[in-house]
Design a binder for this molecule. Structure first.
Ligand code: SAH
Ligand code: SF4
Length: 373
């Protein structure tokens, strides 16, 4: 694999495919296309609603469409059309944690597989979506990092993960999609343009209507991406994966730390806080004996002083390619106590659904192993 510093290329490095997905287009893009073909904005609104609100019903069976739109769909979304609406194929669909977590392995048109998770709470659920097939950042404990980078996802491949999870849960009688977190496979800010287009589509009030305050982008700390988000003031929540509070300790776990040292990263986070007025979440995967000592908690507290920060402590989900073990409950509590004493709020998160390999990238890894044996 290339060192992470070399892998940041423009997100236009997309796979060659013959046809674009209708889900790649924001509303204005779809409308422009229809209007250019002589249709009216009302047709665009009707098609958009069918795609994003009622997906699951085949377009050709939609009785609400006016004849001109029907003809346009036959021509452009048919087998030989320029656009398609083919959903990803479902390779696995596993329920766990007393049915509250549902994990999907989806196959894209070029055979790549990606993971999407719906995490339930009574009356609501959060979708955790992937932004890349694999990841170039190489964090040592992460199953996705261990598989390396395959490609960026296109906007529609991110949007349809959310739609698929919503539809699958609706079929099971569960409604209430409340939040989206980009914490599945991949580094969102390495695929900036496609991710931001996808989020614009997902936030659209005429469609999924998940506003920016319901969406969290989790990043390994791609400084130029954080600064661009700050500049564009999009209003999404930001979570930054730290895992180490000195450059040496952090880079041993997160190679991207060599490219963007902590001084630069924390400065970018401060800019994000001041320009957006938003608190930043910091993620810290607790690994026994590696980064779970009280001294490390104290260093983390010092690093975050002066920032409006909340720390999410995530006990490690062990992966095949990494020897580290998960922290003990006692060490996690002590780590949290040190942070609290220093005035830094934190939450210990259980990565739910370990029984379905719900750690990022773990289901795909498990499936590939089975397939090879
Ligand atoms: N690339 C982004 C988002 C995807 S990873 C990022 O790194 O932030 C989402 C979170 O899961 C990150 O904080 C990551 O460090 C954490 N994570 C990855 N593998 C893990 C594992 N095996 N156990 C616990 N946390 C893990
Ligand atoms: Fe990529 Fe995030 Fe995994 Fe690191 S933790 S390898 S950035 S997906």
């Amino acid at each position: 694999m290339e060192p992470p510093g070399q892998t940041i290329r423009p997100s236009t490095a997309e796979p060659e495919t013959a046809r674009q997905s209708a889900y790649d287009l924001p509303f204005t893009g779809l409308e422009r296309r229809l209007v250019a073909d002589g249709l009216r904005p009302i047709h665009a609104r009707s098609l958009w609603k069918a795609l994003h609100r009622e997906s699951g019903v085949p377009l050709r069976e939609n009785a609400a469409f006016l004849p001109p739109l029907r003809r346009w769909i036959d021509h452009h979304l048919g087998d030989t059309g320029t656009l398609h609406t083919t959903p990803p194929a479902i390779v696995a669909d596993i329920a766990s944690s007393a049915g509250l977590t549902r994990k999907f392995l989806l196959r894209l048109d070029d055979g790549q597989t990606i993971e999407t998770v719906a995490m339930g709470y009574p009356g609501r659920f959060t979708v955790c979506a992937s932004t890349q097939a694999g990841c170039a950042m190489g964090c040592v404990f992460c199953a996705t990092g261990q598989m390396g980078f395959s490609r960026h996802l296109r906007p529609g491949e991110i949007v349809t993960q959310v739609l698929h999870a919503r539809n699958a849960l609706a079929l099971a009688g569960r409604t209430g999609l409340r939040n989206l977190v980009l914490m599945g496979m991949g580094e969102p800010l390495h695929n900036y343009d496609a991710v931001l287009t996808a989020l614009e589509i997902i936030s659209d009030t005429r469609g999924l209507n998940l506003g920016p305050s319901k969406i969290t982008i989790s990043t390994v700390g791609v400084v130029p991406g954080i600064l661009r988000l700050a500049e564009e003031k999009r209003g999404y929540h930001l979570a930054v994966s730290l895992h180490g509070a000195t450059d040496e300790e952090r880079s041993a776990l997160v190679p991207a730390g060599k490219r963007w040292p902590l001084a630069q990263l924390i400065a970018a986070c401060k800019t994000y806080c001041t320009t957006t007025g938003r608190r930043i979440f910091f993620e810290w995967t607790l690994i026994a004996g590696t980064n779970d000592t009280p001294a490390q908690a104290a260093r983390l507290a010092t690093l975050l002083t002066g920032l409006d920060a909340h720390v999410n402590l995530i006990p490690l989900n062990p992966t095949g390619g990494y020897h580290g073990g998960t922290t003990s409950a006692a060490a996690a509590t002590e780590f949290q106590r040190v942070l609290r004493t220093a005035g830094i709020p934190s939450t210990i998160r259980q990565r739910r659904g370990i029984d379905v390999a719900a750690g990022c990238g773990q289901l795909r890894t498990a499936r590939e192993k089975t397939a090879h044996h």
